[in-house]
Design a protein around this ligand. Structure first.
Ligand code: BJW
Ligand code: ZN
Length: 254
C-alpha cells in the first residue's frame, strides 16, 4: 500500500497498475464533479450540511411536498446544465476509448461522464436530467431548467405527477444498472475509486466486493474515506491533479 500527496508519483504508480490490469473499472462519486462547481453531499460544503435529506431526498418528503422537492431539484438541474465536464471526466473517457478502462460505474446523477465521452457508463442513482411519471412510469429527458410555474412537473402522456428519476433513500437501485454493476465489479481486477465517501449503501460496498474477489483498489479523494487503508494506491488531493498527471503517463493528449 502506498499513500501519496504528490499527484505525479500517485499517477505513476496507478499507471503501472493499469498496465498490469486485465479489466480495470472506475467507481465515481460527487467529488469528481466538485471541480465543475457541482456541490457534493457530505463534508464542509456538502448539500447535506445545508439541507436535510429526509426533507428532500426521500419518497416520504416528495409525497408531503412535491413542489418543495421539485424546486430544490430545479436549482440543482440549473447547476448541472451550467457545468462542463472536468479534466477528470475527459481523461476517463479517453482511457475508455483506448481500452485501458472498461466501464464507469457512477453514483452521480449529473451526466458529466457521458458528456465527456464515456460510453460504458452505469448510473446507480439515476439521472437528475430525467423525469418519471409516478403513475404510468413514462420517462423523459430534461433539457432545460423548468420554470417555477411548470413545477411540479406533470407527465406529458397521462397528466399525473412526475418526479426526478433519481434514487432516494429507502428506494431500491434500478435493477438492471445494479446487476450490470455487480457483473463489472466481479470481473474487475482493478478498481479506481474517485471522489466518493463510500458511505451510501449498497453502492459503497461494491469496491469491497471486488477486493474480496482479488481486485486491487486505487483511491482518489481529498481526504480519508471508507476505503483508506485497504487500497494499493491512495492519493489525497483534487482528482483533476491526479488525472492530469495520469494523462501524461498514458500519453493521452485530450
Ligand atoms: C473530492 C473532491 C475533489 C470532494 N477530488 N475528491 C446499510 C447500512 C446502513 C444504511 C443502509 C444500509 N443499506 C441501505 C441503507 C440506507 C441508505 C444508506 O446507505 N444510508 C447511509 C447514508 C447510512 N441507502 C439507501 O437508502 C439506498 N437504498 C436501499 O438501500 O434500498 C434498499 C431497498 C431494497 C428493496 C426495496 C426497498 C429498499 C438508496 C441510496 C440512494 C442515495 N441517493 C443519493 C441522492 C441521489 C439523488 C440526488 O442527487 O438528489 O445519492 S444520496 C447521495 O449520496 C447521492 C450520492 O450518489 C450518494 C453518495 O455520495 P457521494 O457521491 O459519495 O458524495 P459524498 O458527498 O458523500 O462524498 C464526496 C467525496 O468526494 C468526499 O469523500 C470528498 O472528500 C470527495 N471530494 N472534492 C477528489 N476535487
Ligand atoms: Zn404518466
Amino acid at each position: 500500500m502506498a499513500v501519496y500527496k504528490d499527484p505525479v508519483e500517485a499517477a505513476k504508480h496507478a499507471w503501472r497498475l493499469l498496465e498490469e490490469s486485465g479489466y480495470a473499472i472506475l467507481f465515481t462519486g460527487s467529488g469528481i464533479s466538485a471541480e465543475a462547481s457541482i456541490p457534493t453531499f457530505r463534508g464542509k460544503d456538502g448539500l447535506w450540511n445545508r439541507y436535510r435529506p429526509e426533507e428532500l431526498a426521500t419518497p416520504e418528503a416528495f409525497a408531503r411536498d412535491p413542489l418543495k422537492v421539485w424546486r430544490w431539484y430545479a436549482w440543482r438541474i440549473s447547476l448541472v446544465l451550467g457545468a462542463e465536464p472536468t479534466v477528470s471526466h475527459k481523461v476517463i473517457a479517453l482511457l475508455e476509448k483506448k481500452g485501458i478502462i472498461k466501464s464507469v460505474i457512477t453514483q452521480n446523477v449529473d451526466g458529466l461522464h457521458q458528456r465527456a465521452g464515456s460510453v460504458n457508463v452505469i448510473e446507480l442513482h439515476g439521472s437528475i436530467l430525467r423525469a418519471r411519471c409516478t403513475k404510468c412510469g413514462y420517462k423523459w429527458e430534461i433539457t432545460r431548467v423548468p420554470s417555477d410555474d411548470e413545477l411540479p412537473l406533470r407527465c406529458p402522456k397521462c397528466g399525473a405527477l412526475a418526479r426526478p428519476d433519481v434514487v432516494w433513500f429507502g428506494e431500491p437501485l434500478p435493477v438492471e444498472a445494479y446487476q450490470r454493476a455487480l457483473k463489472e465489479f466481479s470481473r474487475a481486477d482493478l478498481v479506481l475509486i474517485v471522489g466518493t465517501s463510500g458511505v451510501v449503501e449498497p453502492a459503497g460496498s461494491l469496491p469491497l466486493y471486488a477486493k474480496s474477489r482479488g481486485a486491487r483498489l486505487v483511491n482518489v479523494n481529498l481526504e480519508a474515506n471508507r476505503y483508506s487503508g485497504i487500497c494499493e494506491v491512495e492519493f489525497y488531493g483534487p482528482s483533476t491533479s491526479f488525472f492530469r498527471a495520469l494523462a501524461r503517463e498514458a500519453g493521452i493528449h485530450g
